[in-house]
Design a protein around this ligand. Sequence first.
Ligand SMILES: Cc1cc2nc3c(=O)[nH]c(=O)nc-3n(C[C@H](O)[C@H](O)[C@H](O)COP(=O)(O)O)c2cc1C
Length: 170
Amino acid sequence: MKIAVFNGSPRAVNTSAMVTAFAEGAKAAGHEVEVYHVGRMKIAGCLGCEYCHTKGNGACIQKDDLEKIMPAYKEADMIVYASPIYYFAMTAQIMAAMQRVYCVGKPVKASKAALLLSSASPAVYDGAIATYKNATGYMGMENMGVFTLNGSENQNPEKMAEITAFAKNL
Ligand SMILES: Cc1cc2nc3c(=O)[nH]c(=O)nc-3n(C[C@H](O)[C@H](O)[C@H](O)COP(=O)(O)O)c2cc1C
C-alpha cells in the first residue's frame, strides 16, 4: 500500500523518531511510505469560502503548501497522523493540513489511518485521540492503531521497536 505520514511537529525530534520507526517497519513490509513534514510547511487554515466546491472545482483558492500534500489525499491508501501534543491537542500545523482536505471532501483512496502522539506528560491525549477518531471515522478510514509516548518514553528503543513491529504487520 501507499502510506502517507503527516509529521505535525515543527521540530525533528520526538515525533520524528516515531515517524522514522513507523516508516522503517512499513518499508520492511513492502509498503511505499512518503513522509510529509507538515509541521514545517506553510499550510493556512481553511477559509470556508466554498471556492473549492463552486468555481474552483476541487481546487483551493489559497496557494500554499497544500499543493505539496495533495498527492497524499489523492493517492495514499493509508494516512498516518503524527504530532506532538500542544496544549492537549495536535499542533495547529497538522490540524490545518487535516482540515484542508475539505477541497476534495475526504481522502480519495485512503481507507486506513493511524495516530502517533508525543508529549511531555502522560494523560494528555484524550482530545487529540477523539479528534483523530472522529475525523478519520467521518472520512471513512479504519483506525489501525494509536501510539502515545510521553516524557522518557520518547525515543526509547523498546517503544520505537513496538511502532516498527506495528507497521510491519499492517
Ligand atoms: C507550544 C507547546 C505546547 C505543549 N503542550 C504540551 C501539553 O499540553 N502537554 C504535554 O504533555 N506536553 C506539551 N508540550 C511538550 C511536547 O508535546 C513534547 O515536548 C513533545 O515530545 C515534542 O515533540 P517533538 O520533539 O516532535 O516536537 C508542548 C510543547 C510546546 C512547544
